[in-house]
Design a protein around this ligand. Structure first.
Ligand code: PGA
Length: 258
């Protein structure tokens, strides 16, 4: 089982920036660096309102686009929601599902599973976020992460599971600066644990092929250690993805691994 890309760097712009003009400026800055990467897939997940403008203006093939959330129904009376099909029709290929900020607004493991199903049905790639609020001495945070993974992977075929990307984002590390992020060593341990959980749910081949990304205060400063020693396949980047120079350095670091 092999994937097309060796590493993924996914930009989660969240509800930023405040104007489309600014979004274009940031995108144009990122485009320059992304254009000469060879092993890394750059994925930009802007606010969905900006998706069509950015996809239409982009003529290259090094950058893909995605949404930060979707609803699981295809269409209908669901005020304010957007569907995977609508994302696809604007050129989006990826959807972040189950981000902790959405879970904090009430999204459950069951909702995450419905969303992953509808994203897969639309032939898009779900980027499923898991991660604990805090660490505990007795290891109960590991059981928490395992449950989030099981809630998705226990319900899909091998083929479907093989199309999912997993982003491990410990909530305590999100939104800080590089010093708040996980260390590469801790990430390595977590990555081994996640692989073990996956092997209990899908075949060894599929478990091995599922990319594991790290997210939570990734900056240029800590990206190198994390990609070298963290046993990961890339990053999900929040605040640093809004700064083209900083994000460009993260992209180069991820690409230089190969
Ligand atoms: P951060 O956000 O990089 O700003 O910590 C990551 C995320 O929430 O996906």
């Amino acid at each position: 089982m092999s994937r097309k890309h060796k590493t993924y760097v996914i930009a989660n712009w969240k509800m930023n920036p405040s104007t489309y003009g600014e979004a274009k400026r940031i995108f144009n800055g990122i485009k320059k660096t992304a254009s000469y990467l060879h092993a890394t897939r750059t994925v930009i997940c802007p606010p969905s309102l900006y998706l069509s403008g950015l996809t239409e203006s982009y003529g290259g093939h090094k950058i893909s686009f995605g949404a930060q959330n979707v609803f699981w129904e295809r269409e209908g009376s669901y005020t304010g929601e957007i569907s995977p099909g609508q994302v696809a029709s604007l050129g989006g290929e990826y959807v972040i599902v189950g981000h902790s900020e959405r879970r904090a607004m009430g999204e459950t493991n069951e909702h995450v599973r419905y969303k992953v199903k509808s994203v897969l049905e639309e032939q898009l790639t779900p980027v499923v976020c898991v991660g604990e609020k805090k660490r505990s001495e007795d290891g109960s945070h590991l059981a928490f992460v395992a449950r989030e993974i099981e809630a998705v992977f226990a319900h899909f075929s091998e083929d479907a599971a093989a199309r999912i990307i997993l982003a491990y984002e410990p909530i305590w590390a999100i939104g800080g600066s590089a010093e708040d992020a996980m260390s590469a060593h801790e990430m390595h341990q977590m990555s081994l644990f996640i692989k073990k959980v996956l092997r209990d749910l899908v075949s060894d081949d599929v478990a091995e092929s599922i990319p594991i990304l790290y997210g939570g205060s990734v900056e240029a400063y800590n990206a190198e250690d994390l990609i070298r020693d963290g046993h990961i396949d890339g990053f999900l980047v929040g605040h640093a993805s809004l700064d083209p120079a900083e994000f460009g350095d993260i992209l180069k670091t991820a690409d230089e691994k190969y």
